[in-house]
Design a protein around this ligand. Sequence first.
Ligand SMILES: [Zn+2]
Length: 337
Amino acid sequence: MKFPFPKIDLHFHLDGSMLPELAWELAKERNLKLPADNLEDFREFIVLTSDCESVYDYLERFEMPTMILQDKDALTRTAYHIIKHVAKQGLVYAEIRFAPQLHTQKGLSQKDSVEAVLEGVRKATSETPTIKIGIILCCMIAPDNINREANFETVSLAKEFYGKGVVGLDLAGPEGFVPMKEYAELFKEYRAAGYPLTIHAGDCDGPASVNEALNFKPTRIGHGHHVYDDPKVVQRVIDENITLEVCITSNIQCKTQPSYKEHPIKKLYDMGVRVTLNTDNMILSNVTLDYEYEKAMSELGFTYNDLIQMNIYAVEASFMPEEDKPKYIEQLKSYLQ
Ligand SMILES: [Zn+2]
């Protein structure tokens, strides 16, 4: 293994990380139509379509996994398989996120979907104890905030299942469709009670979206790389000890950054921002954490030790129990060259 140190992924969507073999199997069992006639072509379709016109085009690609993930068995097996898969790649901890409200089209409740995913986590981690998993529940941005009630239900589930496999809450979806400030009420009570929060911002939307998201007191920002466009927001991110969950290949595929070379993550790192490297949608983006690390070294100028430091940042900002963190940090430090 090229990067043998313990690897952490904090930004990892369940529906974007469904293995093609499993998607194929689940779709067949459910008589669902996939955009290919055989598994080989289906694999190719995923790779070929990994480049998108825009982040909105990219979000449309979630229709296929969403169509499949409408029963407990599909959710359990998807969580199980992806955890086994990343454990083999040397991940020791990952926070996997999904939006319960997207899995209620065929009668599941949001709660059913949470229980189904947690069942897959339990099964995979009992068989493969080298990896620990935390589940993050996503609230969704939707036009005109039509899913307001569903979002409140997700927040209450995040509290109900906190410490039982769920570790935090997120806001995902098409940034900018709804002004960030409209979510103030959604997160207010949740954060006041001290539960962990991360928010997608500053990806297809600019630094102002991060500035507004920071008013909700998250620990982390999903993506957030556009803070670079406003030095005041960069300073605020540093002052408030915010960690950015950056997913470089996904950003380029979504055209929210033009290329690896022009991605500002290394500049942010050098300015003292706590940045981390993550996969976002491992399968739909056709990446692994090792691939992201290779790009970070070959195209962005990160050193091997920088990669370890970013994993230390990831542990520190993770939603795992505080008492578990020193062990991972010690292990990571032992790999510094
Ligand atoms: Zn994301």
